[in-house]
Design a protein around this ligand. Structure first.
Ligand code: ATP
Ligand code: MG
Length: 647
């Protein structure tokens, strides 16, 4: 679907991007043919305490397995994000903070001010016993102190582990226990969409199960009166005021861990993904510059939460390493109304907005008027990440918010990859709605069939990566064997992404969804994303999720969960219409066997549909739904179970 639709590089972008098409092609080819040479040229993007002479020493084979880059380099990540910018742009804004409450005042924090605060907080952490290699858990709302805490850990070489502020005390406790952190940095409360989140109370509920924690540092974000435990709890503001602003950055080995982060848990128990210092930062900085063509003075807004890897790489590390002005938004895109996201763009003259398909679908169903009521003339680029973007949502994003002017950067990557992997470069890559386009320099994707044979040309298969890249995760915290088993044994010699993809006749890459979600109908392999995109194309459908179900004749049948737009009625006639609609859009082979209307879909807290639960319900295995602790709203599951459709 849409494979032949090409959106050319707009006039206004021709020759304007960081690189042009020929340079991209030459860089990509060199990054594979002369990897060492290519990376020797790239390391100058960062300031090293000791410049590495060794480049990629990774090996995916079982006998010599290791992921290692720039091994003799030494670096400090916070110095790269702060100190090196002070001379040239110390007074430029590093962080613009937009509060949840639209009537409250935004904050502008300069590089100089951020540097001073990070140094002070680094000294606070040291005084609380943090040191090189120790773990610090951050459980914070989207406030500037989250970035301060991350960079302060990086300054002294402590490893941060951010736990998204929407997680429960249980989820927090599990993530603290897994890495034995000794410090939690939290806030009295968080604000999101007009509501208060009781962060400190959640920490208090989690800590009886977390004997490793010695100190809790509490940022007064709302000023709520929260109980403080003497001897354990410190106030952030008082501690900062008493701390010295002088804290020399620790010279870390390039391979020392910068942070660990638990995956969002769409497919199973979250894994503690470990990222390195030098390789990770280089990958975040390089991809931020190439994909978003960052220009000094521009406002860059990644509308994710720092609790997800997207927030790590594109709110904090990538932009700050490049000296950018990064916007940090405390709230949610559609509060107080679906116009908010565009009002923030207008208020801060945002040049680049990077968000997720789930957000776009929810905004799209509210109609265009709210978008059109705002001035989006500052926008130059729009990004999408997190799930395959349905061509319908792509075209809307491009035409309405982007006024047809802004390239859509659909970036495919994973917590495990550190930053972007497959994405267009603005000004260089003609786009196809729904395709992540081409691999970035340094990335060598392949398609394999089920037996591991390499597929050439136009093909559909398992997406694997054939060589390491600097931002690759180094291990699963405390479980190196799980790391190897999970990612390197399905197809020996490759990093297995777990995602399926198609390469079309023009060489464009299309992510078809997770391999576990591929449906095999009468011998035809079908990505769930394709059927979902067909459903979303229907004017009454806001969102759809498709899974396989056992089917006597076909092997697998297609079970579709459909959420309608506000105001549209679910009835038998519409059910039949949708079945016909998909038949017409894709073909009879894709005819859904069951359509269930669902007021809500089970989503992770990062907004991704958890298909594994939908699969269980479709299969009738409602007693074995598995871990649902990472669901944003576990109550939707009851409705889904109650209204299950028998095919
Ligand atoms: P878990 O690994 O714990 O099950 P998760 O895979 O949802 O959780 P993330 O690392 O946040 O955790 O998400 C990465 C996944 O998101 C990718 O493997 C892919 O399935 C999907 N994804 C991300 N970006 C895109 C994109 N641009 N197009 C298609 N899919 C994407
Ligand atoms: Mg994953």
């Amino acid at each position: 679907m849409g494979e032949n639709m090409i959106v050319p590089v707009p006039e206004s972008w021709a020759g304007q991007g960081a690189v042009d098409a020929a340079t991209y092609a030459a860089d990509h080819a060199r990054s594979i043919a002369d990897s060492d040479g290519f990376w020797r040229d790239q390391i100058g993007r960062l300031d090293w305490v000791k410049t590495p002479t060794r480049m990629d020493e990774s090996d995916f084979s079982e006998s010599n397995f290791q992921i290692r880059w720039f091994a003799d380099g030494r670096i400090n990540v916070s110095a790269n994000c702060l100190d090196r910018h002070l001379a040239e742009r110390g007074d430029a804004t590093a962080i613009i903070w937009e509060p949840d409450d639209p009537t409250a005042a935004p904050r502008h924090i300069s590089y100089r001010a951020l540097h001073a605060e990070v140094c002070r907080f680094a000294n606070v952490l040291k005084a609380a016993g943090a040191h090189r290699g120790s773990r610090v858990t951050l459980y914070l709302p989207m406030i500037p102190e989250a970035a301060v805490a991350m960079l302060a850990c990086a300054r002294i070489g402590a490893i941060h582990s951010i736990v998204f502020g929407g997680f429960s005390p249980d989820a927090l406790a599990g993530r603290i226990q897994d890495c034995d952190s000794t410090i939690v940095v939290t806030a009295d409360e968080g604000r999101r969409g007009g509501k208060r989140v009781p962060l400190k109370a959640n920490v208090d509920a989690a800590l009886p199960h977390c004997p490793s924690i010695e100190t809790v540092i509490v940022v007064p974000a709302t000023g709520a009166d929260v109980p403080m435990r003497a001897g354990r709890d410190l106030r952030y503001d008082a501690a900062i005021a008493a701390a010295s602003p002088d804290c020399p950055p620790e010279a870390m080995d390039s391979e020392d861990p910068l942070f660990l982060l638990y995956t969002s848990g769409s497919t199973g128990k979250p894994k503690g993904v470990v990222h390195s210092s030098g390789g990770y930062l280089l990958w975040a900085a390089m991809t931020h510059q190439l994909c978003f063509d960052y220009r000094p003075g521009e406002v860059f807004w990644c509308a994710a939460d720092v609790g997800w890897v997207t927030g790590h790489s594109y709110i904090v590390y990538g932009p700050l390493a490049n000296g950018a002005t990064t916007l940090m938004y405390e709230g949610v895109p559609n509060w107080p109304s679906a116009a908010r996201i565009w009002q923030v763009v207008e208020r801060h003259r945002v040049a680049t907005l990077f968000t997720a398909p789930t957000v776009l679908r929810s905004l799209m169903k509210e109609g265009d008027d709210l978008v059109l009521s705002t001035d989006r003339s500052s926008l130059r680029l729009l990004g999408s990440v997190g799930e395959p973007i349905n061509p319908e949502a792509w075209r809307w994003y491009h035409a309405v918010p982007g006024e047809g002017r802004c390239p859509i950067i659909d970036m495919w990557w994973q917590t495990e990859t550190g930053a972007g992997m497959i994405a267009p470069l603005p000004g260089a890559t003609p786009l196809k709605p729904g395709s992540a386009t081409f691999p970035l320099p340094g990335v060598e994707p392949r398609l394999l069939d089920g037996e591991g044979a390499v597929l050439e040309g136009a093909a559909d298969g398992n997406l694997v990566i054939a060589r390491s890249w600097p931002g690759q995760m180094r291990t699963v915290w405390n479980d190196h064997d799980r790391f190897f088993q999970t990612y390197f044994t399905t197809f020996p010699g490759y990093y297995t992404t777990g995602d399926g993809a198609r390469r079309d006749a023009d060489g464009y890459w299309w992510i078809t969804g997770r391999v576990d979600d591929v449906i095999n109908v009468s011998g035809h392999r079908m990505g769930t994303a394709e059927v979902e995109s067909a459903l979303v194309l229907h004017p009454k459908v806001a969102e759809a999720a498709v899974v396989g179900m056992p089917h006597e004749l076909k092997g697998q049948g297609i079970y579709a969960y459909v959420t309608l737009n506000a105001g549209d009625e679910a009835d038998e006639a519409l059910r039949r219409e949708l079945v016909q609609w998909v038949r017409r859009e894709i073909g009879p082979i894709a005819t859904p066997d069951a359509v269930q209307f669902a007021p809500g879909l089970p989503k992770t807290r990062s907004g991704k549909i958890m298909r594994r639960i939908l699969r269980k319900i479709a299969e009738g295995e409602i007693g074995a739904l598995g871990d649902i602790s990472t669901l944003a709203d576990p109550a939707v599951v009851d409705d889904l179970v109650a209204n299950r459709v028998m095919a």
